[in-house]
Write a protein that binds this ligand. Structure first.
Ligand SMILES: [Zn+2]
Length: 207
């Protein structure tokens, strides 16, 4: 609309109407370029504080080597924003309640989960959750309690659980619920990485 207003104003003088298009496109590209420069400057400014660097550089180096178990699989779906903080060290403000007790997931995953759960309810399917985000300390406790997968237990090595990213939920569903998830989960970005653990679902986002 703003562009039209500019064009309209220029068009008030027939003599410059033809040139107005060229002028307008130049101005527009300059505006876009200026805006991009501003955003880039902002990003660089953030990088200067260490925050941006953390996302771009530390994020990669801190992605832990993944061992099997507790859904620990490929970490390629972990957003750089999260991997920059580290597994089990996601800031509280990035975690959102999913509508079941105090269970939280990374914001976008939480929203997707809520949509999925609502859709399931519409189909008469109930999805509950027994576990969600797990801090590093909670992963340590769980490993002590349930044993490591590599030792026949059910817990991932602390710092490698998908729960540490705020991307995994352990669901409590009946047979119909599991069938519903398997049929519809991917629509909401949730996948079942290991049928050995049918309760464990991960948010991998749009595929
Ligand atoms: Zn799990």
């Amino acid at each position: 609309m703003a562009i039209e207003a500019v064009a309209g104003a220029s068009a008030t003088s027939p003599a410059v109407t033809v040139d107005a298009d060229a002028l307008r496109s130049v101005t527009l590209s300059q505006m876009i370029g200026s805006r991009m420069s501003t955003e880039l400057a902002g990003a660089l400014s953030n990088a200067g504080t260490g925050v941006g660097i953390g996302i771009g550089v530390l994020g990669l180096s801190q992605v832990p080597s993944i061992t099997p178990g507790d859904g620990a699989g490929s970490s390629t779906h972990v957003p750089a924003l999260l991997s920059a903080y580290g597994n089990g060290r996601i800031p509280r403000e990035l975690l959102t309640l999913i509508g079941i007790g105090q269970h939280r997931l990374w914001g976008p995953a939480a929203e997707a989960f809520k949509s999925m759960r609502a859709a399931a309810a519409t189909d008469g399917v109930s999805i509950s959750v027994t576990d969600s985000y797990r801090s590093y300390d909670q992963q340590v406790s769980l490993a002590a309690e349930k044993g490591l997968t590599q030792n026949g237990g059910w817990a991932a090595v602390p710092g490698t659980s998908e729960h540490g990213w705020g991307l995994a939920v352990d669901v409590d569903v009946d047979k119909n619920g599991l069938a519903w998830l398997r049929a519809n989960g991917t629509t909401y970005g949730f996948v079942e990485p290991a049928t050995r653990e049918p309760w464990h679902w991960e948010y991998h986002g749009a595929t």
